[in-house]
Design a protein around this ligand. Structure first.
Ligand code: AMP
Ligand code: GLY
Length: 426
């Protein structure tokens, strides 16, 4: 099978690394990719926003399957355009991608299908939204409806903070993403990422993980795209996973089918595990980043066979196998991230890091300059390791991270603290 992978982050490096191990694979292309992806795939200088160019490439190279990594091309309808051109694709249609593209859409679906989630209201102007906040009080959560690259959510501690977030949205701080706003109840609990594959009819669980969204140790400071993760998530016990499938995932997939927007791809549920049970915070219609970097090292089955089965509607034939090992990834980011940060500083030591038992370094925001690897983004490397426990994976990941030579980078020293604390406390 000839495969084209769309994307350029650490998530796509982990997907490419796993796809490259498939006995079904004959050639792997990535557009636009990054230098790490370039070690396992042929990089193609295509702009994923240019659907006609992607289709032309797939036709000329006889691509058998396109795997779409990020949400932006999915919400823009790349899966519909590829399917219309007769090209097989892993990733939901534009209509099904509304689960990530519009928070209001997902909240209304939860209401219709009685899926547990935070109480909410949708607003198209500031006055009524502020009045609602006044009625409900703080803490309260304000969300821009559309895609905002992780910047659309404000967990407001005070009514004033919520009002400021509402004003910012309607004043255009987030562009069209903020033209509509969801205000919702604050949920207390522990967060977990839950993944499921769906071909529109069949849906199967596809692993759990926990991310670390805040930039600082002890989960402090501003939100980021994710500073580290581990898998599995110990809080998601088999009994809890069964509840998530019954109460959240299956009702979503069956409601989407009823709406003539069958969901084909990977559904990523951001969950809050509350005292009352699991509740949906939000959906993403793609793999998580950095969660994929800890799921792929644990997947024993052939990823390509699974993704092709999703695209073909044959998921009922598949049952993914996972290693009993845990995996943990530490994100190395450029000094200053998530604020402004410099590009171009040289990075060394990747080969030394990879010699640590069980370790793999996935690249995210990197580039090659005169043959040298340099930083080219905020989140730059994902230093990942497997181990027979989260504690062992953590020890190996930090041992590998210590081999990286990049003075302009930084990382959290406490990735995994919650899971490891749980084991000790238990
Ligand atoms: P998002 O950018 O949509 O992933 O949301 C960012 C973060 O905001 C989530 O990971 C949660 O930590 C937090 N969050 C979102 N909705 C709620 C809620 N209703 N209650 C508490 N925290 C929330
Ligand atoms: N780990 C957060 C995300 O992928 O959106």
């Amino acid at each position: 099978m000839k495969v084209l992978l769309i994307g350029s982050g650490g998530r796509e490096h982990a997907l490419a690394w796993k796809l490259a191990q498939s006995p079904l694979l004959t050639r792997l292309f990535a557009a636009p990719g990054n230098p790490g992806i370039g070690t396992v795939a042929e990089l193609v200088a295509l702009d994923p926003a240019d659907h006609a160019a992607v289709i032309a490439f797939c036709t000329s190279e006889s691509i058998d399957l396109v795997v779409v990594g990020p949400e932006v091309p999915l919400v823009a309808g790349i899966a519909d355009d590829l399917a219309a051109a007769g090209i097989r694709v892993f990733g939901p249609s534009r209509a099904a991608a509304q689960l990530e593209g519009s928070k209001g859409y997902t909240k209304d679906l939860c209401a219709e299908a009685r899926i547990p989630t935070a109480a909410y209201r949708r607003f198209t102007s500031a006055g009524p939204a502020k009045a609602y906040v006044g009625d409900r009080g703080a803490p309260i959560v304000v969300k821009a409806d559309g895609l905002a690259a992780g910047k659309g959510v404000t967990v407001a501690e005070t009514v004033d903070e919520a009002h400021a977030a509402i004003d910012a949205c309607f004043e255009g701080a987030l562009g069209t993403a903020g033209a509509e706003v969801v205000v919702e109840e604050f949920l207390a609990g522990e967060e977990a990422s839950f993944f499921a594959l769906s071909d529109g009819v069949t849906v199967i669980p596809f692993g759990t993980a926990q991310d670390h969204k805040r930039v600082g140790e002890g989960d402090t400071g501003p939100n980021t795209g994710g500073m580290g993760a581990y898998s599995p998530a110990p809080i998601v016990t088999p009994a809890l996973a069964a509840r998530v499938m019954d109460e959240i995932i299956r009702p979503t997939v069956s409601t989407m089918a009823k709406r003539d927007a069958p969901f084909r791809g990977v559904l990523y549920a951001g969950l809050m595990i509350t005292a009352e049970g699991p509740k949906l915070i939000e959906y993403n219609v793609r793999f998580g980043d950095p969660e994929t970097q800890v799921l792929m090292p644990r997947l024993d089955s052939d990823l390509l066979a699974l993704l092709a089965a999703v695209a073909d509607g044959r998921l009922a034939e598949m049952s993914p196998r996972w290693s009993d090992d845990a995996a943990l990834t530490v994100v190395m980011a450029a000094e200053g991230y998530p604020g402004s940060h410099a590009k171009g500083s040289p990075i060394g030591g990747l080969d030394a890091a990879a010699t640590i038992h069980g370790a793999t370094v996935f690249q995210a925001g990197t580039a090659l300059r005169d043959g040298r690897l340099v930083a080219h983004g905020g989140r730059v490397l994902n230093v990942t390791a497997r181990g027979d426990s989260i504690a062992q994976a953590q020890e190996r990941a930090y041992e590998a991270a210590a081999k990286i030579v990049w003075p302009e980078g930084f990382y959290r020293r406490d990735i995994g603290w919650r899971a490891i604390g749980r084991v000790v406390a238990g």
